[in-house]
Ligand binder design. Structure first.
Ligand code: NAD
Length: 268
């Protein structure tokens, strides 16, 4: 059964063959959108996501592109316009970690994370914005010209020792998102972010896959539950819909309260 929230809309989700991106692509399809499933490696996983989305009676296809490569990103968007006619929703989700203490972190580790997590979102947002502006408003599809949702993290505001590249990339995503929102809102384009807390995906398997690790993690989560990819997918789906039409330049934290300074719960 499809929900009509995004009926007739065309969405692209980056990094959509795993974790949060996979759940989000499926949720957008379930809400009635046609979906491009971007991936960089693992075509079988991407095809499985496509199949699941098609089961809702909407269209989907897998598109290989490295989001940090300008030519590949522009080609992916050009192909989407030729296949689907346009794009209404971009979920800039692809991301990775290359963890090390600052003294051990190589320039390559720093650069890779900035290239994928920050530059990759910029390249995709730029390509989407160009298409939104070319196409203009189609009132029977959506109240707004286009939606960009940046996948951020609680680490856009929480410093994270041993992860200076990742935290810096997400801090950059916050300011990029707000600046794009300010620049594009007069054109009827909504740019927002969803900021997950700890979600069970391959990116952070060590943090939740053993009972001891999960118990440690739960100390940071007032709601005492590690998140699931669907928690984020549901938030993105609503953020992409006209139910959130007046939400511009905001970050929606979906984190079980991780950003509530849980260490202060007992006095501080
Ligand atoms: P994941 O590893 O399951 O998924 C990441 C996806 O990004 C994968 O499909 C991967 O192939 C893809 N990717 C990596 N480099 C790419 C590239 N160059 N081009 C295209 N795709 C690329 O991890 P996830 O947890 O689902 O992460 C998704 C997003 O959520 C990331 O931006 C991550 O920073 C963010 N996030 C995750 C958590 C969490 O707890 N899992 C918390 C906060 C934020």
């Amino acid at each position: 059964m499809t929900l009509p929230l995004l009926r007739g809309q065309k969405a692209l989700v980056t990094g959509a063959n795993s974790g949060i991106g996979k759940s989000t692509a499926i949720a957008l399809g379930r809400a009635g959108a046609d979906v491009v499933v971007n991936y960089v490696a693992g075509p079988e996983d991407a095809e499985a996501v496509v199949k699941e989305i098609e089961s809702f009676g909407v269209r989907a296809y897998a598109a290989q592109a490295d989001v940090s490569d300008e030519d590949q990103v522009d080609e992916m968007f050009a192909h989407m316009v030729s296949e689907f006619g346009t794009i209404d929703v971009l979920v800039a989700n692809a991301g990775l970690q290359r963890d090390a203490s600052v003294t051990d972190m190589t320039l390559a580790q720093w650069q890779k994370v900035i290239d994928v997590n920050l530059t990759g979102q910029f390249l995709c947002a730029r390509a989407a914005a160009k298409e939104f502006l070319r196409r203009g408003l189609v009132p029977e599809v959506s109240r707004c010209v286009g939606k960009i949702i940046c996948m951020s993290s609680v680490h856009q505001i929480i410093p994270w020792a041993g992860h200076v590249n990742y935290a810096s990339s997400k801090g950059g995503v916050l300011m990029m998102m707000q600046t794009l929102a300010q620049e594009l809102a007069p054109h009827g384009i909504r740019v927002n972010a969803v900021a997950p807390g700890a979600i069970k995906t391959p990116i952070n398997r060590d943090a939740w896959s053993s009972p001891q690790a999960e118990a440690e993690l739960l100390k940071l989560i007032p709601y005492r539950r590690v998140g699931e990819p669907d928690d984020i997918a549901n938030a993105v789906t609503v953020m992409a819909s006209d139910l959130m039409d007046y939400v511009v330049g905001s970050t929606l934290f979906v984190d079980g309260g991780m950003t509530l300074f849980p260490g202060f719960a007992t006095g501080g």
